[in-house]
Design a binder for this molecule. Structure first.
Ligand code: ZN
Length: 987
C-alpha cells in the first residue's frame, strides 16, 4: 500500500539549537503518522524524544535508569514517595490531588527491573502543562519526608494486642505479589538468569528484605539516580515541539550535568546451562500433584543489536505465538502438562533479552522430559524449517499490530514509549522499533534471499546458546505459613531486642505518622497546585457517528471513523432467554467456537488462516440494565478485525466458525478446557477484589448474576469440575454446546456493528450479506425473568497473605435522578475517605468504590488489604460521612473535574464503535448523556448530600459482603461479625 505523507511538517532540522537544546535528529515515520525529534539539553545532558502527531491526547513522561543493588525495593518505594510532594507543592499527597482534580486521561508511575517511569497525559493543553509541570517538580525535587517513607515503605507499630508488627503500602503490595504463583515464577527466572547483575535483585522489593531499607539509603538512591543527566523525557501528541522546549527549559533550569554511573552491565554468556528449583503457595488442602510449572529460559541478544531483537520477536511468535506454533504444539500434545506456562514468550524490558517457555500443570519428575522435548522441537525446526503459512501469518500479525492505533487502558503514546525504551534505555537508537511496516518489509526481503533465515535464529540464540536455565517451580502447602512464621520470628527478635526507650520511640513514631496522615493540608499548601475551573470545561458531549441500517434483514450499525486502514466487525447475538443452567456454558461455547477447527479446516489450519487474514478474532459476553431501568440485555459478541484487503476473508472465517464449527476434536477440547481452568485460577489472586465483587453482587441484579455465572467463581467451579471429569462429561458437554449453538447463532438474534472508514465500511457491508444468508433464521429471544435468590455473605478462602473485601449495594439505573450525584460521590469517596482510611492509614494497596449503573450496583472494594473487619467498618463510616457532613466546595470541584475526566476518557477507533454498540443495547441516548454531564457540572454540595441521604441508608441495609482472604482470617472475622460469612473454598 502506498503511504501518503501524513506526518506533521518538521519545525526543526538536525543540528538546530534552541533555548539551550540541541536538536540531534528529525525523522518522519508516515506509517504511524509521526514526526520524531531526538533532542539533548545541553547543560544537563537530559535526553528528549518527541513524537509529534495529530493525537490530541498528549503524553509527558520522565524516566530514569534505576538499577537496584539489593531487594529492599528502594526503586519501588521511591516511585511511590516522590509523588507525595515537593518544596514547591508542599502537600502530603500531590499524586492523589492530581488524580482526583484534573482532566488527566492517564497518570501513573512504573517500576521496572532497571528503570522507573512517570507518565501523565491529558487532552486539554492547559491541563496537560499543569500536570507535566507538577509531575516534573515532584520527581526532580521531592520532599521525601520521613513520614512518607514510613507510610509507603515500612514501619514498626504495636498492634492492639501488644504484638510488634510491620506495615507499609509497598510492603503489603509486595506481600500480595509474593502470593502470586506467576509473579514468583517470573522472579525466579529473572533473578537466576542474570546472576550478579541488577536483575538478580527485586526492584519491587522482597517483603523479607524491605524492612532492611533505611531512610538514609532511600534518600541517597534519589540523589544518585534522579538527576536530569540520567533522565529520558518521552513526549507524544499534537503540541508542537517548540512549546515543549520552552516548557522543558523552565523545568530544567537550575540543574547541572552530574557525574553518575547508572549503566547496566553486560553479563558474559555462560559456558553451561543451569537449573533451579523453587516454590509457590497453594491452599493447605489442595493436592500438589500435577501443579508444578517447568520452564526453560535463555538469555539472548542485546536489545540494541540492530534487527536481531525484531528477529527474535518474530521467532518467539513462530515458536509459541499461535495454536499452530510448533513448540507450543509439541508441549501441549505431549500430555506432560496441562497448558503453556504463564511465563512464556520474549521479555524485552531487560538489557539482554530473555526468552522463556514451559508447561504448567505438571510434576517435578517430568522436568527432564520437558527439557528434552523443548530441545528436540527446536532442533526439528532448525533443521526442517517453519511452515511457510505460519511465517506469513506471523509477519502479518507484526505488521497489523504496528499499524493499529490501540488505546485500551493506556494512551497510544504509552505503547510507543515502551517501544522506544527497549533500545533508548541502553543508549541505542530509540526509533529502531517504531516503524513496523518498514521493518517487516526489510525482513521479508532478507527472508527471500535466505530461506533459512528464521532457522538460523533458532540455532544461534537457542540451540547453540548455553546461557539457559531450567526452572522447576513446585506448589507448596506450607509456603505462606513458612513466610509468616519467619516474619513473626523476625518481629519477635526485634521486639526482644528493644529496650523501653526504643519501644517508646516506636510508639511516638506511630503517633507522629497517624497525626501526619490525619491532619489536613494547610489551605496555602493546597493553593499551590494549578487548577482548572469548572467553567473552563466543555459542556458538550463527544458523540460517535452511527448510521442505523440493515443487512439481509438484520439490523446493522455503521460507524464511519478513521481507523488507519483497519475494518472492525462485531456480531452480537441475544442470549437473554438461554435457560439459567445453560448460561455458564456460554464462555466455553465462545472459546471453542473461536479456537477449534471449522468447515473442514483443522484447528491448526484455522489458526493459520486467522493469523494470516485477521488482526485477531475474539468473543465477549456482556450483560447490562437498560438506561431507564425498564429491562436487561445479555449478548454474546464475536469480534474480528482485518486490513481492508482482507475483509472478505475475515468475514468468511467468522461465517465458517459460526456455521460449521467442529466440536469433535476431543484432544483439542481437552486442551482448551485445561487452559481455561488454569487461566481462571491464575486470575483470582491478582484480581481478588473483582472476584469478591462478582460473588457479592450476584443476587442483586440479573446482569450481575450473569457476570458471576460467566466470569466468577461459578464459572471457575464449572470449568474445574469439567476438567476433572472430562471423560465422563464429554458427550454431555458436546450435546449442550451443540444445542446452544443451534439456539444462539441465528439471524433472528443478531445485530451487526461495523467500524471503519468509508472504504472499509463498504467492503464489510458487501461481505455481510453472505454471512447473514449463511445463518439459519432461528427463533427470536423470548422474555425471561430473574429468579429470586437469597443474598448470602460469602467468604472465599484463597491462598494469599492479604484480603480483598467487597461490599455491594443495589443501585439505580443511568437515567435515574440519583445517578449523577452517585457517580460523583463514588469518585469523592474513592479519592477521599476510602483512600485515606484504607490505603494511607490502613496500609492496603488500594481502597475504592464504584457506581455501575449498567449492572445496577454500587460497590466498595479493597485490594491487597491487611485488614478485614476494620475495612468493613470503614465502608460503614464512609457512608455516614457523606450523609452527615457536606462535601466542602473545594473538594466538590475536584470531584466534578475528575468525574468529567473519567467521562471523557479517550477511546481508540475500535473502542468507539464498540461503545456505541453497548449504548445501543442500553438505550443510552446522546440527550441522556448530555443531561448527565450537565447534572455533573452543576452539582452542588447540598444536592450531593441529599442524594447520599436518600440513597445510602436504605441501600446499605440490604448490602451484601464478599471477602477473598486466607481461611483463618475468615474464621476469625466470623467470631466478630454479626452477619456471618458463609465460608467456601475457591474450587
Ligand atoms: Zn507499587
Amino acid at each position: 500500500m502506498q503511504v501518503k505523507n501524513v506526518c506533521p511538517p518538521p519545525t526543526f532540522a538536525a543540528g538546530d539549537k534552541r533555548d539551550g537544546f540541541h536538536i540531534l535528529r528529525v525523522e518522519q515515520i508516515p506509517e504511524i503518522r509521526v514526526t520524531a525529534y531526538e533532542i539533548e539539553h545541553e547543560r544537563t545532558g537530559a535526553k528528549i524524544l518527541h513524537l509529534h502527531c495529530d493525537d490530541r491526547e498528549n503524553l509527558f513522561s520522565i524516566g530514569f535508569r534505576t538499577p537496584p543493588r539489593d531487594s529492599t525495593g528502594v526503586p519501588h518505594i521511591l516511585e511511590h514517595s516522590v509523588l507525595a510532594g515537593s518544596e514547591r507543592y508542599p502537600l502530603k499527597d500531590v499524586f492523589n490531588e492530581l488524580v482526583r482534580g484534573t482532566l488527566q486521561t492517564f497518570i501513573n508511575a512504573f517500576t521496572y527491573p532497571d528503570k522507573t517511569i512517570y507518565p501523565v497525559a491529558s487532552q486539554e493543553k492547559r491541563d496537560f502543562f499543569n500536570l507535566a509541570r507538577v509531575y516534573a517538580d515532584l520527581v526532580l525535587r521531592p520532599r521525601l519526608m520521613r513520614e512518607t517513607f514510613l507510610q509507603e515503605g515500612h514501619h514498626l507499630e504495636f498492634a492492639e494486642n501488644g504484638d510488634l508488627t510491620i506495615s507499609g503500602i509497598v510492603y503489603n503490595e509486595m506481600k500480595g505479589a509474593y502470593s502470586s504463583p506467576e509473579a514468583l515464577m517470573y522472579k525466579a527466572i529473572q533473578e537466576n538468569l542474570y546472576p550478579g547483575t541488577p536483575y538478580a535483585c527485586d526492584s519491587g522489593g522482597d517483603p523479607e528484605r524491605i524492612p532492611d531499607l533505611t531512610y538514609e539509603a532511600f534518600r541517597k538512591f534519589h540523589r544518585t539516580f534522579y538527576s536530569p543527566t540520567n533522565a529520558r523525557f518521552f513526549l507524544s501528541g499534537n503540541i508542537p515541539t517548540e512549546e515543549h522546549l520552552v516548557f522543558l527549559a523552565e523545568i530544567l533550569a537550575g540543574f547541572d550535568r552530574v557525574a553518575l554511573d547508572s549503566s547496566i552491565p553486560i553479563l558474559p554468556r555462560w559456558k553451561d546451562p543451569r537449573a533451579i528449583h523453587g516454590f509457590f503457595p497453594i491452599d493447605r488442602e489442595e493436592k500438589p500433584e500435577g501443579k508444578t510449572t517447568v520452564n526453560m529460559a535463555w538469555m539472548t541478544a542485546e536489545n540494541t543489536a540492530g534487527g536481531t531483537a525484531m528477529m527474535l520477536t518474530i521467532v518467539a511468535d513462530l515458536l509459541v505465538g499461535s495454536a499452530a506454533s510448533p513448540l507450543r504444539k509439541a508441549l501441549i500434545d505431549s500430555g506432560l502438562g496441562e497448558d503453556l506456562s504463564p511465563v512464556t514468550g520474549l521479555e524485552r524490558d531487560l538489557r539482554q533479552i530473555a526468552f522463556a517457555v514451559g508447561l504448567r500443570g505438571t510434576d517435578p519428575d517430568k522436568a527432564p522430559r520437558i527439557e528434552a522435548l523443548i530441545l528436540d522441537s527446536l532442533r526439528d525446526v532448525a533443521e526442517n524449517g517453519f511452515d511457510r503459512e505460519l511465517i506469513e501469518g506471523t509477519l502479518h500479525q507484526v505488521e497489523f499490530h504496528g499499524r493499529e492505533m490501540v488505546r485500551g487502558n493506556y494512551p497510544y503514546g504509552i505503547v510507543l514509549m515502551g517501544r522506544a525504551y527497549h533500545t533508548w534505555l541502553y543508549d541505542g537508537d530509540p526509533l529502531t522499533d517504531m516503524n513496523f511496516p518498514r521493518i517487516i518489509r526489510d525482513i521479508r526481503q532478507e527472508w527471500e534471499k535466505k530461506p533459512d533465515l528464521f532457522q538460523r535464529v533458532v540455532r544461534q540464540w537457542f540451540l547453540d546458546n548455553p546461557h539457559r536455565l531450567l526452572s522447576v517451580m513446585e506448589p507448596s502447602r506450607t509456603f505462606l505459613e513458612e513466610r509468616e512464621q519467619k516474619a513473626r520470628e523476625r518481629m519477635a527478635r526485634v521486639a526482644a531486642s528493644l529496650d523501653e526507650e526504643e519501644k517508646e520511640q516506636i510508639r511516638q513514631e506511630t503517633l507522629l505518622l497517624k497525626r501526619f496522615q490525619t491532619e489536613p493540608d494547610p489551605p496555602e499548601a493546597a493553593a499551590t497546585l494549578p487548577k482548572l475551573k469548572i467553567d473552563d470545561i466543555s459542556r458538550e458531549i463527544e458523540t460517535i457517528p452511527t448510521e442505523r441500517t440493515a443487512a439481509g434483514g438484520v439490523p446493522l450499525l455503521r460507524h464511519d471513523l478513521f481507523t488507519n486502514g483497519i475494518a472492525y466487525l462485531d456480531l452480537a447475538f441475544d442470549v437473554s432467554d438461554i435457560p439459567d443452567e445453560l448460561q455458564p456454558y456460554l464462555p466455553l461455547l465462545g472459546k471453542l467456537t473461536t479456537q477449534m477447527g471449522a468447515a473442514g479446516f483443522s484447528y491448526e489450519a484455522m489458526a493459520k488462516r486467522i493469523s494470516l487474514r485477521t488482526g485477531g478474532l475474539g468473543f465477549n459476553l456482556v450483560a447490562g440494565a437498560t438506561a431507564d431501568g425498564s429491562g436487561n440485555w445479555q449478548k454474546m459478541v464475536f469480534s474480528v478485525k482485518a486490513l481492508h484487503r482482507n475483509t472478505d476473508e475475515a468475514v468468511g472465517i467468522i461465517r465458517d466458525i459460526l456455521t460449521e464449527g467442529d466440536l469433535n476434536d476431543d484432544a483439542r477440547v481437552r486442551e482448551l478446557i485445561l487452559e481455561k481452568k488454569n487461566g481462571l485460577h491464575a486470575a483470582v489472586i491478582p484480581s481478588g477484589h473483582i472476584f469478591a465483587q462478582m460473588a457479592a453482587a450476584a443476587t442483586l441484579s440479573l446482569p450481575a448474576w450473569r457476570t458471576e455465572q460467566w466470569h466468577g467463581r461459578t464459572q471457575l467451579r464449572l470449568i474445574a469440575g469439567t476438567a476433572d471429569h472430562l471423560n465422563d462429561l464429554r458427550e454431555e458437554i458436546r450435546e449442550k454446546l451443540a444445542r446452544l449453538r443451534r439456539i444462539v447463532f441465528v439471524r433472528n438474534r443478531l445485530l451487526i456493528n461495523m467500524t471503519a472508514d468509508p472504504v472499509g465500511l463498504q467492503s464489510l457491508t458487501a461481505a455481510a450479506d453472505g454471512l447473514v444468508a449463511a445463518l439459519p433464521a432461528g427463533n427470536p429471544p423470548t422474555n425471561t425473568e430473574m429468579q429470586n435468590r437469597r443474598p448470602v455473605h460469602i467468604g472465599i478462602a484463597i491462598p494469599a497473605q492479604i484480603c480483598y473485601v467487597a461490599k455491594v449495594l443495589a443501585a439505580p439505573p443511568y437515567a435515574d435522578p440519583l445517578s449523577a450525584p452517585l457517580f460523583v460521590l463514588a469518585r469523592q469517596l474513592s479519592n477521599g475517605y476510602l483512600y485515606r482510611h484504607i490505603r494511607v492509614q490502613g496500609g492496603a494497596y488500594g481502597g475504592s468504590c464504584r457506581y455501575e449503573p449498567s449492572s445496577g450496583l454500587f460497590a466498595f472494594l479493597s485490594y491487597r488489604d491487611p485488614h478485614l473487619i476494620e475495612t468493613l467498618d470503614i465502608y460503614r463510616h464512609a457512608v455516614d460521612s457523606v450523609c452527615n457532613t457536606p462535601v466542602p466546595q473545594e473538594e466538590l470541584e475536584k470531584a466534578v473535574i475528575g468525574t468529567i475526566g473519567a467521562l471523557d476518557k479517550p477511546l481508540d477507533p475500535a473502542g468507539r464503535g464498540y461503545t456505541a454498540l453497548i449504548r445501543e443495547f442500553s438505550g443510552m441516548t446522546d440527550p441522556m448523556r448530555h443531561r448527565f454531564r450537565e447534572e455533573v457540572l452543576t452539582i452542588t454540595t447540598k444536592r450531593l448530600q441529599d442524594a447520599a441521604r436518600l440513597y445510602f441508608p436504605a441501600a446499605a441495609e440490604a448490602a451484601v459482603v464478599a471477602v477473598c482472604a486466607p481461611e483463618e482470617r475468615l474464621h476469625a472475622a466470623n467470631e466478630l461479625l454479626e452477619e456471618k460469612l458463609e465460608i467456601e473454598k475457591l474450587s
